[in-house]
Write a protein that binds this ligand. Sequence first.
Ligand code: CTP
Length: 467
Amino acid sequence: MRGDAGAGRLAGRLIGLGVTGSIAAYKSPDLVRRLQAEGADVQVCLTPSAARFVAPLALEALSRHPVEQDVLALLPDGRIGHIVLADAADAIVVAPATAHWLGAMANGLAGDTVTAAVLATSAPVVVAPAMDGEMYAHPATRANVSRLRDGFGYTIVEPEAGSLASGQSGVGRLADLGMIVDAVVAAIGNRPIRAPDPGSRPPVVETPRPADLEGRHIVVTAGGTAEPIDPVRYIGNRSTGRMGVAIAEAAFARGARVTLIAGLTSVPLPAYARVIRGESTAQMRAALLATLSGPSGMAGFDALVMAAAVADFRPTRPAESKLTRGGSLTLELEPTPDLLAEVGRVSRGLDSEGAATRRPLEPRPVLVGFAAETGSLARAAGKLHAKGLDLLVGNDVAEAGSGFGTDTNRVTLFAPDAEPEPWPLLSKRAVADRLLDRVAALLDERDAARQTALMTTEPADLREPTR
Ligand code: CTP
């Protein structure tokens, strides 16, 4: 989402831009850009006549939100678009506002998405009228403008004098866009951001990523593991698999062949991926090791994203028949093997003691871990090094909007020799795409380095690796 990181007077703000059917509507894409240049995330509402002056698709592409045009239409997730905007916006600016719209608004007639959003909001409203000079001077228009300003407390950015669409001159030209932006900044003042969580903002139109993972095999683990206590009971965790499935989906959309190793999940699993069930740590380990090595010591995949919540302990001796109710029960637990660390060692040709006992996998797969922490991410960087990872995604699962079962996640990315990178609160799909941007770049770097190494290696060293 634009505006989520940048500086500027509107950094982190969501601005609703209502566009109504004046010829000055053609300036609205420029206004979107100027608001974004101040750091704002902009959502546009169009009246039906405005849509005849400016292409909704252009505004959608610029704002990266679906343009609200039909007051009766629902968002894809069932929410009411103009209400979402009314509740989340830090300000709504109507520019240009026609005489008709001023009349409708002055009387509370919510027949279009712009009036409906403005009626429903408690955010500051800025109105920039634009019309023919005689229309603006008419007592009806003057009365409507004063009602909006004095009765409703809206900021009016007065139109300018100059040549008009009719060929005449007069007061009616849409105010300078810079003045409109200034008025929005002033109207918001230092109020707190109303909806920092993207989950309560209008949906984002994802920027399509290029097919930069074409020809790659990406393995993703998802969900939690179930460690049997007896044939009917297990030790599990709250992971739903949502983050892993979002990564699988994003990787597939970018052209990758995807294998999903699924523990216990409560989200639909994709049909396009090869799905292997690995419910216990032991089963997940077997599935991973079977996928890890291809023929002749070649790596079986290009990257592994280990999003699964793997148990750290399991019952040492699961009961063979169902335990019956009795007195107290003491379970003896043993540590599980660290799957990611083991994949890291096998990839580098190391044994469990860290000694180089065989050839590393070629090409070396990119390894990505997840670290669910509660409270602080201080231990996350240590895991990156201990497990020999290329990237580690740390998140505080205790924070609202992050962690298990949510659609959003606020994560920090750790990479060797780099400062931790905190990302804003994002949808899990957006986290997946940003993460895959990095994976794709690492794979390209890996291939380039390998190419250079091959060109400078003696022919005798190019024999097929043997085990
Ligand atoms: N992981 C794994 N095998 C395990 C435990 C964890 O492969 N037995 C993987 C997870 O899938 C995750 C990463 O290691 O990608 C970090 O998991 P986490 O539970 O945060 O780390 P642990 O090493 O288990 O450390 P701790 O539980 O002490 O925080």
